[in-house]
Design a protein around this ligand. Structure first.
Ligand code: SF4
Length: 468
């Protein structure tokens, strides 16, 4: 099948298809995607995604454009910067607005090769053959990062890499391995002090301890200085302000979609929410240019569904927060809904009203450090637990589906302690132990049985509450 059909379905115009044909063809060739894959992609979009939604089609278009940009970036930009996820929201945007290319290619490839084309498994195998055996406990994101370079989809020699070791230790370890395969690429490490007393976040929120703000802030300052002095990448206040405006518009407008998710049934399916969750955190050029419109369109589509009383799940399904949907396997996300749960929200993408408390800081670096850690998960496990409890209240949820991803400390947290705290607060929590990025070992049918049982229990609990 001709790739143009797929790209048109994902909001590419005829003009853009003609103009961008050489770029698109180069990207498809690098990823070894041929007509048979395009046909599979069309079938999977139809089967797993809400393609009637203009917002979803537009969002897929943005992911496709990011994929094409990644394959072409080395030829098109003098300076190429990769950052491991997550970078502070405005930093990537500012680098792009300064005329360079900055991105975090691994999520784009997980979505394209996983969700859309269903051929991500060989990339995980490739990473395992090249230094990340299963016993190393590296997550699928980092496996994709390594294999995207080894396979040649991504140029392994950017001008500089920004390593987000302020959130996740696996990132820096992966960069060490990438340096073994592709030596000599300069790296700037963005660190944070990850130690906090257990009660610090719940006692202080929305304030964040000054010691922690100043530590992370000084790392942001150091990054900006190194970019300028060692790499000639000059970032101005205007770049940060403009990036903040664009990304803020994507993130805050997305809260309207979350408002719609309070409805029963929920309007937006799990797989489609995933596309948007990650879009809101990708501070790169396509998201800044087209993300606000995609989010507005999704909000309109969601509102229309709510007004008609239609939805993605059965009315009355048990309503849960979910750590995150599965990143490369849409079948599991759909199964969660079929098994009787309504996945309302991933708490990491919800703006708590107190997040908007005016900051006492004035510089970009200080404000960014404070905003980042106010999100809870990015502060500490108690920060995560606090936010989960708040999220349950705000969205009136029945329970939590918690993916205690064994390869990931920040997202996995301390699962048993999280469960204990939530259950003490009267919120049932089901722990599932899978790699959300790499589902090769996920026993989907066994998981279905566990989720069905959990959903049934939540429903009975709710009926008991109603009948007093
Ligand atoms: S999934 Fe977890 S371990 Fe992997 S990159 Fe993200 S935060 Fe790090």
């Amino acid at each position: 099948m001709d790739y143009k059909e797929l790209f048109k379905l994902c909001s590419y115009s005829e003009d853009l298809l003609i103009k961008d044909a050489p770029r698109i063809e180069k990207a498809l060739e690098k990823a070894k995607l041929g007509p048979a894959d395009i046909e599979i992609g069309m079938e999977r979009l139809d089967k797993y995604f809400w393609m009637e939604s203009a917002g979803v089609r537009k969002c897929w278009g943005i992911w496709l454009k990011q994929f094409v940009d990644i394959a072409n970036c080395r030829d098109e930009h003098e300076k190429v910067v990769y950052y491991s996820f997550p970078l502070e929201a405005k930093m990537g945007g500012a680098i792009n607005l300064a005329g360079h290319y900055a991105h975090s290619p691994e999520f784009v490839l997980l979505f394209l090769l996983g969700l859309m084309f269903g051929k991500v498994g060989p990339y995980f195998d490739l990473a395992e053959q090249n230094g990340m055996p299963p016993t190393s406990g590296m997550c699928g994101v980092n496996k994709m990062r390594l294999s995207s370079m080894i396979s040649g989809i991504v140029d392994p020699y950017p001008d500089v890499v920004l390593v987000s070791s302020f959130f996740c230790d696996n990132e820096a370890k992966t960069d060490e391995l990438i340096d073994y395969h592709f030596p000599g690429v300069p790296r700037i490490f963005v660190d944070n002090s990850l130690d906090a007393n257990w009660d610090e976040y719940p006692n202080m929120y929305p304030e964040i301890g000054e010691r922690r703000v100043s530590y992370l802030s000084s790392n942001f300052k150091h990054t900006i200085e190194r970019l300028r002095e060692d790499h000639g990448i000059i970032l101005t206040d205007k770049h940060f302000k403009d990036a903040g405006r664009s990304m803020g518009s994507v993130f805050f407008d997305f809260q309207e979609v979350l408002e719609c998710m309070k409805a029963d049934p929920i309007p937006v399916p799990n797989n489609d929410m995933l596309l948007f969750y990650m879009l809101t955190t990708m501070s790169e050029r396509r998201t800044m240019e087209e993300g606000p419109e995609a989010v507005k369109l999704l909000a309109q589509d969601a509102r229309r569904r709510v007004e008609k009383g239609e939805g993605a799940t059965k009315k009355g399904a048990a309503r849960v927060a979910q750590a995150m949907p599965w990143y490369s396997d849409p079948e599991i996300n759909q199964m969660v809904e079929e098994a009787g749960l309504a996945p309302v929200v991933s708490p990491f993408y919800w703006v708590h009203p107190k997040d908007l408390t005016k900051s006492k800081y004035s510089t970009y670096e200080d404000k960014a450090a404070e905003t980042f850690m106010r999100m809870g998960l990015t502060h500490s496990t108690p920060g995560l637990i606090f936010r989960l409890k708040e999220c349950v209240k705000f969205f009136e949820l029945d329970g939590i589906l918690w993916n205690a991803m064994y390869t990931c400390r920040p997202v996995g947290g301390h699962p048993i302690i999280i469960k204990k705290h939530m259950e003490e607060a009267g919120v049932p929590l089901l722990i599932v132990e899978t790699d959300q990025m790499d589902s090769r070992d996920t026993p989907t049918e066994a998981l279905r049985t566990r989720i069905e049982t959990f959903a049934e229990m939540l429903k009975i609990r709710r009926m008991e509450k109603v009948s007093g």
